[in-house]
Ligand binder design. Sequence first.
Ligand code: SF4
Ligand SMILES: [Zn+2]
Ligand SMILES: [Zn+2]
Length: 463
Amino acid sequence: MIIDTHAHIDVTDYDEDREAVIQRARESGVQYMVNIGCDVESSYRSMELSEQYDFIYATAGIHPHDVKSIDVDTYTHLRQLLQHPKVIALGEIGLDYFKNYSPQDEQRTHFRKQIQLAREMNKPIVIHSRDASEDIIAILSEFYPKDPTAHSGIFHCFSGDQELADKALEMGFYISFSGSVTFKKADDLRTVAKTIPADRLFAETDCPYLTPAPHRGKRNEPAYVNFTAEKLADIRGLKIEDVKRTMALNFFELFGIGENAKTGTVSYKIRNSLYLNLTQRCTADCSFCTRLTRPVVQGYNLKLDREPTAKEVWEAIDNVKSYDEIVFCGFGEPTLRLDVVKEVAQKIKDAGGRVRLNTNGHGNVINKRNILPELSGLIDEISVSLNTDTSDAYDEICRPLPMFRNSIYAKIKEFITEAKKHIPEVQATIVTHQKDVDETQCEDIVNKEFGVKYRARRYNIVG
Ligand code: SF4
Ligand SMILES: [Zn+2]
Ligand SMILES: [Zn+2]
């Protein structure tokens, strides 16, 4: 199941075969589709489509191209439309300094006025931004405080740079990519698409425009959102199921439509790996970690009512051999449950599987002994979060338990050195974009001091 967050199937391009287009969308797994209003008429047409089809939702708004035709009644219509239960957002609104079909000052005036209306009516907005990044951000920041957990709306058909994406994310916007991310020359856009946190990502067609490869040149339609999602998965080293799942959860988070992720997930699949969730407890409290507030990874809710037993964890693995690897991970520190790790890892090894352990590297301090010899033969790969280049930065960003402070960073380094003796593959990771962390310095430490693999990852990019 997939969602097309931005379609224009009300336009005349579909007059001959609209029903068939909708049918094909259903058949290709489109679970929800949002038809977007661009002016008063298309907003009403979107609303009508949403009344005819359960799975279609609508928005109402005046596109920057069309703000020149706003008259005295326009805002009354918008207010009315936005009261309809299936009109879920205000948009598309924004600034388009590429085509300039409406004068720029009018575009800015009505962008502000429509945002005001959305704020008043408590609706997310759908933003169209073309060659106008600076003004878009300036105007949005008049209305949206910095809160990356907010549900402010969607930047549709994102075509901006990293700076625009980061600023939008800071204000709690979601980023939606259209078929343009599949175009040959779109390497820069793909680089940005790779960095968008999973819980902020959407795909759309913007049909009838921007048809994704391999259908470029033909009329676009909602069924083709699959090609865009496939490309996004590809860029991010994931499977299409992974991005579909996260986008469905994002749709629920933003609009309350669909299903929330079930809690209590003990095992969860990302790519072709199976992850095991043993605990939510941790000896750190990293400033970027949402394990207690929103323990969601790639569309799975890892909140546990209680910790699973070794037997339950083992039973949560359907078929060891069908996975590339089985990973002890989760939101929490697995070595707090060392006995469970060892027992289950042994069973996985006996069944011919490959095991990885993702850890904060506190295991020897937690268990008051060198646990690495005990893991020898059970763990094929260990990934340790080093996260910073200095002990002070570690204490500040990863906020270890008070009794661990000042000393734990050196212990993590010892843990990595010791791991090399007992585990075939060792890697150290950092979460990028933390202030006061010199990422080159981290890489240097990992390469020179330990000679192990280094991986920098943006938070919530992969599981
Ligand atoms: S070490 Fe991992 S689980 Fe623990 S607080 Fe940090 S990010 Fe969260
Ligand atoms: Zn647009
Ligand atoms: Zn559009």
